[in-house]
Design a protein around this ligand. Sequence first.
Ligand code: BGP
Length: 462
Amino acid sequence: MLQFPKDFLWGAATSAPQSEGAASKDGKSPTTWDKWFEMEPELFYDQVGPENTSNVYALYKEEVANMKAMKLNSYRTSIAWARLLPDGKTLNPKAVTFYRSYFQELVANGIEPIINLFHFDMPWWLMEKGGWEVRESTDHFANYASVAFEQFGDIVKKWVTFNEPLVHIECGYYGDAHWPKVRDFKRALQVGYHTMLAHAKAVEAFRLSRYNDGKIGIILNLSPVYPKSDSQEDVEAAKWADHIYIRSFLDCAVKGYFSEEFVQKLKASDLSPETNEGDKTIFKNNTVDFIGCNYYQPLRVQAVSEEKKVETINGPHDLFQGYDWPQKRVNPHRGWEIYPRGIYDIAMRLKNDYEEIPWYISENGMGVSQEESFEDADGIIQDDYRITFIQDHLEELHRAISEGANCFGYHLWTFSDCWSWLNAFKNRYGFYRVDLANDYKRTPKKSSFWMSEVIERNGFEK
Ligand code: BGP
């Protein structure tokens, strides 16, 4: 029997833009997702946009009742900035009523809310000013954070500033999966710098708020980096990948500074972001209480080939390149490697290099397309693959905890199937099936019954 620590948080995660729906209702202003869908609906799977996510705005009471039936003791979602402060300044009373009622419903049912402030959903009014590229965004965010702490801090005791800041930076400024689809490493670094500054300013606002008896953290996608081989070149490539994808966020959030080696590396290639005097103090004074770790897959890298080596760098591709490990186990629906051991490795890293900071698995999960084909005669999806996936990861997590990892919970992505950006409802991740053709009807999957037993026993038989 693998037994988890007392008071372990068992739950699931989603975000406002992926679950609420009602994207243009009750005073919410548009985000980049709403505008982008208006402009290029054909880019979204089956042309399903952010208006039609899993309708939690209307169904939250039913949703919470299902969580309670499953015995969850915690749940993470986010507040939509554009709903709470539609123009960045004016408080929307309908948003306050909705979020207070939603969060109270969770608490009243024994489910601790963990509330995030930004999950890729940049308000359009701020995007028009330049989004995270402009320094003023950091003050707008800090103001929004203060309003959220003031309005909901009596109910919410665990806060998160950002979900996976790497993703809006990389996909929006070094790729084309997020608006504004720019490909410019220098601009990406500026966006990253402002994001982390906005984060630190929000932590500061929390410490100064009336309800600062809670805890505040940040959620990072911590994909452990593995070099192709032990050669000096591959190990060096992995070191830089780790600097970019992990340390630039984790060092800053937990230790309050960026690694000097990385700062110098950027400087040598004229890539340093613009900073102000005093920023270093803001970072130093506003470190987090905990880390949320989203873990889906590792990052495997190798050195760039000899002929591609350059003196000054233009992007991550000049420092390392991806490596396709031939023995990898894959989720064919999403194309992501399945490597449960990664959880153990990242857990040990947090224990050994980050002062044993408290942390939890804030997302882990498996997206599967055409899941209806796994339905049995009673209409229950037999998602044994998900049970195996969760169990394999929990075994590695348990091993890490028994070796001293300071992990306080495990959340699956997600509770009810939700909308997934450009992929919309292609891949389903939930414990509950959502039937889009039938008024968003929820049906528990086999994994929800399995998990419910795990929660009840606070562990499982190996
Ligand atoms: C994480 C995000 C989530 C969610 C999840 C699943 O990176 O925090 O928002 O979407 O990944 O990935 P996807 O939806 O791309 O399949």
